[in-house]
Design a protein. Sequence first.
Length: 234
Amino acid sequence: MLELSHVQVFHGPIEAVHGISINVAQGQCVVLLGPNGAGKTSTLSAIAGIAQYRGAINFLGNNLVSASIEDRQRAGIALVPEGRRIFSNLSVRENLVIGAATRNNRSAVLKDIEHWFEAFPVLGERRHQMAGTLSGGEQQMLTIARALMSRPEILLLDEPSLGLAPLICQQVFRLIAELKESGMTILLVEQNVRDALELADYVYLLNTGQVTQEGDHSLFGDDTNLMAELTGIH
Ligand SMILES: Nc1ncnc2c1ncn2[C@@H]1O[C@H](COP(=O)(O)OP(=O)(O)O)[C@@H](O)[C@H]1O
Ligand SMILES: [Mg+2]
C-alpha cells in the first residue's frame, strides 16, 4: 500500500534520512523504532508531504512525487504528529470538524463525529469543552480521532504514547490495537518498544537515518539487552 524506495529526507541542506526503503501492506501495523534523532519523524514528514525528499514514495500505486500535503490527505494519508497538536482554544467537536476539512459531505462528517464520540466516550462527554482543558491522554485521543475524521487509508502515528502516564499509555495502545482490528493500516513510530512490538506485523529499526535492522517482531526475541542496545532505549 505504501512503499518508500531509497528515500532521503532533507531539512534545508541537512540530509536527515539516507535512502531508506520501507513497505507497509494493507491492514498491517508496521513499527518504526530507533533512538532520538534517528530520522523517524523526518520519515513520517516526508510521507505526509511536509519534508522535502528524494527517492520514491508510492501510495496505492501512485508516486506521490508532486503531491501536496492536501493531495496526500485526500489520497488517504493521515498524520498524527508528535506532541498532540490540538487547537486548544477550540472545542473538542470543533477540532474534529477541522479534521474533516478535506471532505465535502457534511452529513457524513457529522455522522462520523457522532461515531467517534461513541467510540471515545471521554471525548463525547467533553464535546463542548475547550480542547486545551483535556488531560494529556484525552488530548492524544482527540488528536487520533481528528486524524481519523479524514477517513484515512493509512494512519501515521508519531510517538503517540510520549509523555503519558503508564495507565494512559495502555489506553492509547488499546485504541491503536482496536484500530488495527478494524482493518486500519498503521505506520507507528514509538519509543515504547515493548508495547509497540505487540502490535507490530513488521518492524524497522532506524539509526542515524538508515534502516539497520528489519523483520517481524521475533527480530528482537526476548533479549531486552539487545533491544536496549539496538534502540538506545533502556
Ligand atoms: N527542522 C529541522 N531542521 C534541521 N534539522 C532537523 C529538523 N528536524 C530534524 N532535524 C534533524 O534530523 C535528524 C532526524 O530527526 P528526527 O526525524 O526528528 O528524528 P527522530 O524522530 O527519530 O527523533 C536529527 O539529526 C535532527 O536534528
Ligand atoms: Mg521524532
